[in-house]
Design a protein around this ligand. Structure first.
Ligand code: RB5
Length: 149
């Protein structure tokens, strides 16, 4: 079965501008972008937005999810509560690459109050341009999946 090339983005109020910049960048890389907001700056709740994006990935409708809040931490915690989600929060490109290569992460979380736009774009590129290596790493990812049952 061919995997979708759709990527879902969401954030809380702390990351709207950065999320929209990343959405444009990801679309320019050739991915189909589903930006599920929010679009207005009222204070909102990051668990709702993390879960909404995570469900789009867990269902298979989206290949990856990119989520943001102030630190990236809270929305990452919420996303990881959804079965099938492996989300890491990254501020360095080595980690953003490695969570794909070793952990088969399907979501990346970014802190809009931690990194600037240029770094966020580097993180997205490192994440999306990497491939899961499988092998011994698949054994370990299977152990993560077993914890969900
Ligand atoms: C919102 O003020 C802030 O708490 C949120 O964006 C995030 O940093 C939580 O982890």
């Amino acid at each position: 079965m061919t995997q979708t090339t759709r990527i879902v983005l969401s954030s809380d109020h702390a990351a709207i501008d950065l999320r929209q910049a990343l959405a444009a960048h990801i679309a320019a890389k050739g991915w189909e972008v589903e930006d599920i907001g929010p679009t207005t700056p009222e204070s909102t709740h990051y668990p709702d937005h993390g879960a909404a994006a995570a469900r789009r990935v867990a269902s298979g409708d989206c290949r990856f999810g990119i989520i943001l809040c102030g630190t990236g931490q809270g929305i990452m915690m919420a996303a990881n509560k959804v079965k099938g989600i492996r989300c890491g929060v990254c501020s360095d490109t080595f980690s953003a690459r490695m969570i794909r290569e070793h952990n088969d992460a399907n979501m990346l979380s970014i802190g809009a109050r931690v990194v600037d736009e240029a770094r966020a774009i580097e993180l997205v590129d490192a994440f999306l341009d990497a491939e899961f290596e499988g092998g011994r790493h698949a054994t370990r990812v299977d152990l993560i999946k077993a914890l969900e049952d």
